[in-house]
Design a binder for this molecule. Structure first.
Ligand code: GAL
Length: 371
């Protein structure tokens, strides 16, 4: 399956883990539609690990746990589709999933056919219990082939945590997104560490096969399966969302959006920031004038500037436009808008500078204008 922009949606793991069930899926589908998430672009509803029985059926097929999914998966998929959403499920390249349920190793074609029958549109394929003798690349290629030949469009979401230098081979497999790190937690250090890992691999992200920085923890406030303490501050959640959007990661919400307050919705539903993530060109970002200052050129000719202050101290930033290809010789400057405050900063001629609080982000969309 070919995707042009980073996939968006909601995934059950961060909040519900093994407590996922049909009722939750139906409620989440309703919330995604009624609260504006689908309109904002979040169109995949994905159930993660722990949906199956521990044993395959006599026919070799995976069996949904009837205590959690009493009407089977087709009924769930039908409901999700009736809301205008797409339905995603989870398996593993190994013999078992991380939760110890049946994995797809050597069942790839059977599982792809089963998912197609149920009406599944998305498969997250994890990396637990992978036989040591098998290279990850081969197993993702095999499942991608199974999906591409199952008679239904099913997006393959690889989840090999960056193992075996995933970034070097993943585009050869047919996956549309690939996890580049271990699991996210609802802590500042987790988000910061995932960001820091991107510094070594951001060149490998690209249209058609997007670097998945993991599910969003925005709005978890320390609750749910990956929640710890009180979670992040609002400023930190904004930084987290900005990082994922700026680097063009899939945006898969992971919090319990049934109870999202207005502050959290203003982050998850910020159309301007989502538009950065979803830019149709997905041009590679580049570093400007120092470690945590970045630029990305947009399809419409704008430039997005991002400054992430990951240190524990307030600081400042300075961006000379000559580093963006502009500068005095071009006779052009930038009309600048702050994507979080909505503030119009007017036209700047040769540079922009400012202060930035610890753990916060400055995200600016800049239009090139004649001076
Ligand atoms: C991890 C994966 C998580 C989640 C979990 C389920 O390996 O990275 O995102 O899917 O397994 O057991």
């Amino acid at each position: 399956m070919v995707v042009k922009t980073p996939p968006m949606g909601w995934n059950s793991w961060n909040t519900f883990a093994d407590r996922i069930n049909e009722e939750i899926v139906r409620t989440m589908a309703d919330v995604m539609v009624n609260e504006g998430y689908l309109d904002a672009g979040y169109n995949y509803l994905v159930i993660d690990d722990c949906w199956a029985l521990r044993e395959r059926g006599a026919d070799g097929r995976m069996v949904p746990d009837p205590a959690k999914f009493p009407n089977g998966m087709k009924a769930v998929a039908d409901y999700v589709h009736s809301k205008g959403l797409k339905f995603g499920m989870y398996s593993c390249v190994g013999n078992f999933t991380c939760g110890g349920f049946p994995g797809s190793f050597e069942y790839e074609f059977i599982d792809a056919a089963t998912l197609a029958e149920w009406g599944v549109d998305f498969l997250k394929l994890d990396y637990c219990y992978k036989p040591g003798t098998e290279p990850g690349a081969r197993l993702y290629r095999r499942m991608a082939l199974a999906l591409e030949n199952c008679g239904r469009e099913i997006l393959l979401s690889a989840c090999s945590w960056g193992a075996e230098e995933t970034h070097r081979w993943i585009k050869s497999t047919g996956a549309s997104m690939w996890r580049s790190t271990g699991d996210v937690f609802d802590t500042w250090s987790s988000v910061r560490d995932i960001y820091n890992i991107q510094k070594g691999i951001y060149e490998y992200n690209g249209a058609g096969c997007f670097n998945d920085m993991d599910m969003l923890v925005v709005g978890m406030y320390g609750k749910g399966h990956v929640g710890l303490d009180n979670g992040l501050t609002l400023d930190e959640y904004r930084t987290h969302f900005s990082m994922w959007a700026f680097f063009g990661s899939p945006l898969m919400m992971g919090s319990d959006i049934r109870g999202a307050d207005d502050d959290i919705k203003s982050i998850l539903l910020n159309k301007d920031v989502i538009a950065v993530d979803q830019d149709p060109a997905y041009r590679q970002p580049y570093n400007v004038n120092g470690a945590d200052t970045w630029a990305r050129h947009m399809a419409n000719g704008d430039i997005v500037l991002a400054v992430f202050n990951v240190s524990d101290n307030d600081g400042g930033y300075f961006i000379p436009f000559c580093e963006l290809g502009l500068g005095r010789v071009t006779g052009r400057g930038l009309r600048i808008r702050n994507l979080w405050t909505g503030e119009d900063l007017g036209v700047r001629k040769e540079q922009i500078a400012g202060g930035i609080k610890a753990h916060s982000t400055v995200l600016l969309r800049c239009e090139v204008v004649e001076l």
